[in-house]
Design a protein around this ligand. Sequence first.
Ligand code: GAR
Length: 226
Amino acid sequence: MTLPIAVLVSGSGSNLQALIDHIEAGRIDARITAVVSNKAEAQALARARNHGLATVTLPHGDFPDRAAFDAALLGAVRGSGAEAVVLAGFMRILGADFVTAYRQRILNIHPALLPSFPGIRGAADAAAYGVTVAGATVHFVDEKMDNGPIVIQAAVPARPGDDGASLGARILAFEHRIYPQAVAWLAAGRLSIDGRKTRLAPAGLPLADLAEAGPCLVSPPLESGF
Ligand code: GAR
């Protein structure tokens, strides 16, 4: 059955666009019930309208406190008929009531290999730290920031000359691939949570086990003989 999802945004909405494109191509069995932004000027809203999607704008500064914003957000999402929530560059922390209402049905994407570099500047913090491998993480959302069980990660090389913008762009290209994959798995009912591990049906293996079968990124590359 097609999964009704709400997508929460704050910015350019390139991840939203990737999701829309995969849904329209029939690769994700989901339908977007509403695109909700806490910023009126977010480009993501225009992307949504271009595809005939319902939009809701809730500027957080218009609300007396965090609880009031959270209640309005929950009302908008519930009112749209969404059964799951996808955070796509949404730069606000969800309150406990919201997380409780959609427990194990909220996904987020973060531009770093969590648990490294949580927060709002993941790619910039990784570049400044001097990592040589960076990446993106899709995870379930719980009450703590950037903390819930990991669904999928992609690693990319980071170079000494990188700043947040150049590294962020390299990461973003893979966000656009792993987020639609994760949402497709969610929509197909293939994800379940077992403690800190996410399991992918039908194999039922922790995703980390599956990843061991894939290639290993070493950055900078190994020279011959090593
Ligand atoms: C993405 O890089 C996403 O990972 C990041 O914001 C960007 C949104 O881009 N999210 C976070 O940093 C969450 N802590 P987009 O609006 O073009 O999808």
